[in-house]
Design a protein around this ligand. Structure first.
Ligand SMILES: *Cc1c(COP(=O)(O)O)cnc(C)c1O
Length: 343
């Protein structure tokens, strides 16, 4: 049975083209720098986002934590949004690996207030203060929204004044670029390092990229080894990553359009609330408490109809479209949901 899986865009299995590329990949020992496919991926990825160098890492969390580890020294303070992935969903790794203190700022749908960023930067050489080692931004934000280039530019300007690097958690960087209708490099120009995932909406089975300056990536390469992320014939994975960057980034608009359609159709169901203007990417968040239908029960009933979803979190449901969900599926999902809650 074919399932329609709306739980996340991480559920995407590789395409036929990726499987073929993986099967045929030329490989070597990447710790020796001998894997031609990994080398190609890293060069391609760096060029694509306008950075000097890039590094293939096992996961998005790995890439973010490696960035913190390389940018900061133990005891440094990192400024970032209180709802960012690094704070909420990375198991507290920043305190374990980089040994840094995370100082959270109020996030307004993912955007940080540049005045608050400037106010929280440690300026005096006070013996009591930690040093501000890094600012982290997230675009697209995992709340499904894209933060504006203006906001990034303003924060970038402030950090230049105080010589503090910026790391971008760009797990869905290409979704953000698609929404803003710009090249990814236009977003990345405002940061010193960026992590983006190959294994989410881009369908690669494993891996993320960390990109930055040549010196930064040299240090990151050693840090990756230290963390046990020095892989061997990882060209088999990089081969799929290359297809992701060469082909898959150009079709994300389809997922966004399907999400918008899904949001518009869901909004027509009595008791369901959707903020259509909040749909920037492939994610639809909606409130179905007005239907008085239990979300755990909905998960079970939808599964019987071949649809995988997650239950509500704080009363909010999230459906994520991806490569394996087409327009007809969107209509099928909405019709099925309608039938179930009216039964
Ligand atoms: C998914 C995600 C990550 C982490 O990626 P993994 O590969 O799951 O470790 C980091 N940041 C954001 C915003 C994400 O959505």
């Amino acid at each position: 049975m074919r399932y329609i899986d709306l739980r996340s865009d991480t559920v995407t299995v590789p395409t036929e083209e990726m499987r073929e590329a993986m099967f045929r990949a030329e490989v070597g020992d990447d710790v020796y720098g001998d894997d031609p496919t990994v080398n190609r991926l890293e060069e391609y990825a760096a060029r694509l986002v306008g950075k000097e160098a890039a590094l293939f890492v096992p996961s998005g969390t790995f890439g973010n934590q490696l960035a913190l580890f390389v940018h900061c020294k133990r005891g440094d303070e990192v400024l970032l949004g209180d709802d960012s992935h690094i704070v909420q969903h990375e198991v507290g790794a920043a305190s374990v690996i980089a040994g840094v203190q995370l100082r959270t700022l109020t996030s307004c749908h993912g955007e940080l207030d540049p005045r608050e960023v400037e106010a929280k930067i440690r300026k005096e050489a006070d013996i009591h203060y930690p040093d501000t080692g890094l600012i982290c931004l997230e675009n697209a934000h995992s709340n499904g929204k894209v933060i504006s280039l203006e906001n990034m530019e303003q924060i970038h300007k402030i950090t230049r004044k105080y010589h503090i690097p910026i790391h971008l958690d760009g797990a869905r960087l290409f979704n953000a670029a698609t929404y803003l209708n710009v090249e990814a490099g236009e977003i990345v120009q405002y940061v010193d390092s960026v992590m983006f995932c190959l294994s989410k909406g881009l369908c690669a089975p494993v891996g993320s990229i960390l990109a930055g300056s040549k010196t930064f990536i040299e240090k990151a390469r050693k840090g990756r080894k230290l963390l046990g992320g020095g892989l061997r014939q990882s060209g088999f994975l990089a081969a799929a990553g290359l297809v992701a960057l060469e082909k898959m980034i150009h079709r994300l608009k389809e997922d966004h359009e399907n999400a918008l359609l899904m949001g518009q159709e869901l909004a027509k169901i009595p008791g369901i609330k959707v903020n259509i203007e909040d749909i920037h990417l492939n994610m639809v968040f909606f409130d179905m408490t007005g239907t008085e239908y239990d979300s755990d029960k909905l998960v079970k009933e939808m599964l019987k109809k071949g649809i995988k979803i997650n239950p509500a979190e704080d009363g909010i449901m999230r459906f994520v479209t991806n490569y394996w969900v087409n327009r007809e599926d969107v209509h099928y999902v909405v019709d099925t949901l309608k039938t179930i809650i009216n039964m």
